[in-house]
Ligand binder design. Structure first.
Ligand code: ZN
Length: 89
């Protein structure tokens, strides 16, 4: 089973409800809603790995299971691509 964030090797954890749970050695343990996975596949979108890991880590510090549902802020957006400095083009 692959990690849904970094696509590395991850353990699938069985859980109740409309969630997929993964335990990734790099990203940590988190849940993603089934709806979100479908939406991501539909739109061909991917997570911003660094930002998502940061978010997961911050949730864990608060003692909560990171459940990714409000995901817009964690995706690689077209906006990020435009932020590449002009000299690099
Ligand atoms: Zn991962």
């Amino acid at each position: 089973m692959n990690c849904l964030i970094c696509v590395g090797e991850a353990k699938r954890v069985l859980c109740d409800g409309p969630w997929e749970e993964r335990d990734c050695p790099d990203c940590g343990q988190y849940r993603i809603s089934d709806d979100l996975i479908l939406a991501l596949m539909d739109q061909g979108q991917i997570f911003d790995v660094a930002r998502t890991r940061e978010w997961i880590a911050s949730r864990r510090i608060e003692g909560m299971m990171p459940c990714i549902r409000d995901y817009e802020a964690l995706l690689v957006t077209a906006c990020d691509l435009r932020d590449v400095p002009g000299e690099l083009k």
